[in-house]
Design a protein around this ligand. Structure first.
Ligand code: GLA
Length: 392
């Protein structure tokens, strides 16, 4: 299937730029099964790469200019110059990401040849499925190859940190989960990532299940500032816990149940609820890992439900549309569990569903969401897939 995508991307590059690409890179989107808003608190997460992703085809130019063309958003636009440095013109968000990548990658080769990039793929964008991390990863892989600089993929952690930096510069103070799973995805597996030690362990998903994604619609403008605000709130809770407990608490990962009780007595409001979500969510990650190993459907459903409730009530990042999708999925035959996935404030739900039951499940979700909101949640099913790669 990836080969077919490579051929299609090469064909589209050729019709856009009149020559063959030298390289095609691909990077997947992701869902997170549990462990939400825990990565920037040094906590645990359990994401899986999707089979859908972003493709970037590229070839060098002789004039030191880097241009990008997006199948979805248009172009080509100039995103940088290796000679004389990149220009600081206002760019649409997708192109600004590519410019930031060009600065990181070909900034290291200032007399590099320049490049034409064609960007496409089958991952919905702005839907909370890490399309920005996938775009950054795929364009970095392609640009490095064309510019003849060392591939960033030789150092996964360094690469993941570079992707996170690009996201931070674009205004979202995100954690490390998305780039790590985009780079390290394994077929049929979720990844348990310890975002403090950065240790990654594969957790096979139950046999004959699929991940089903439903899109609630996203309020983008709100998402970025509200996300950063949650980070600040976690920091406030951490500071309060440190003062109350009288011992160093580097991040909410270090808080215990007893610390939470102290916080609840002193400040029973928002700080307490934010901290409680993070502490309990970390705990749920390992309980879900255990439930998946045991093929315990009932426990998987209970834990995904509990995570969603906590994100709705304590962390306050869900929306009525996400809640409706979770409610509608409950009890549909073949569905193990459902919850919102990613940052929230819109975006998608993820459900773990028996493969045989997936088509009927998607139909049911489509019908019930349409009845409430007169639009489609555009459901799709995917196995857990592999991480980013380069085709020569
Ligand atoms: C976004 C961020 C991640 C993570 C999730 C919430 O996807 O990019 O780093 O914080 O939100 O779990």
């Amino acid at each position: 299937m990836l080969d077919a995508r490579k051929t299609a991307a090469a064909g589209k590059f050729e019709s856009a730029f009149g020559r063959e690409p030298q390289v095609v890179a691909w990077a997947p989107g992701r869902v997170n099964l549990i462990g939400e808003h825990t990565d920037y608190n040094d906590g645990l997460v359990l994401p899986a790469a999707l089979e859908r992703g972003i493709v970037v085809a590229a070839a060098e130019r002789g004039d030191g200019i880097v241009r990008a063309l997006s199948e979805r958003y248009g172009g080509p636009v100039e995103v940088g110059r290796t000679l004389g440095g990149p220009r600081n013109v206002e760019l649409p968000p997708w192109a600004a990401y590519v410019r930031a990548v060009a600065r990181e990658i070909v900034g290291a080769a200032p007399s590099g040849p320049g490049a034409d990039l064609w960007i496409g793929g089958d991952l919905p964008s702005a839907a909370g499925l890490s399309s920005s991390a996938a775009l950054v990863v795929a364009s970095a892989l392609a640009l490095a190859e064309v510019a003849g600089v060392e591939s960033p993929s030789r150092n996964t952690i360094g690469f993941a940190r570079m992707v996170r930096l690009v996201e931070h510069r674009a205004g979202t103070l995100c954690g490390i989960m998305d780039p790590l799973v985009v780079l390290e995805g394994r077929r049929g597996c979720a990844l348990r990532i310890d975002c403090r030690s950065l240790e990654i362990a594969e957790v096979p998903l139950p046999q004959d299940t699929l991940l089903v994604v439903c899109d609630s619609g996203l309020e983008r403008a709100l998402a970025q500032s509200a996300y950063n605000q949650r980070r600040d709130e976690c920091e406030i809770a951490r500071g309060a816990l440190e003062r109350l407990s009288g011992r160093p608490i580097r991040s909410l990962r270090d808080a215990t149940r007893d610390d939470l009780d102290l916080l609840g007595r002193a400040f029973p409001g928002e700080s307490y609820r934010r901290a409680r979500h993070v502490v309990e969510e970390n705990d749920r990650v390992d309980r879900l890992v255990d439930a998946l190993w045991r093929n315990d459907r009932e426990a998987v459903g209970r834990l995904m439900d509990a995570s969603h409730e906590s994100l709705r009530n304590d962390f306050e990042v869900s929306t009525p549309e996400l809640d409706a999708l979770v409610e509608d999925a409950r009890g549909v035959p073949g569905c193990w569990g459902t919850r919102m996935t990613g940052a929230g404030f819109g975006g998608c739900t993820v459900s773990l569903v028996d493969r045989d039951a997936a088509p009927a499940f998607m139909e049911r979700m489509e019908e019930s969401f349409r009845a409430r909101y007169s639009r489609s949640p555009r459901p799709f099913a995917s196995s857990a897939g592999i991480g980013a790669r380069l085709f020569q």
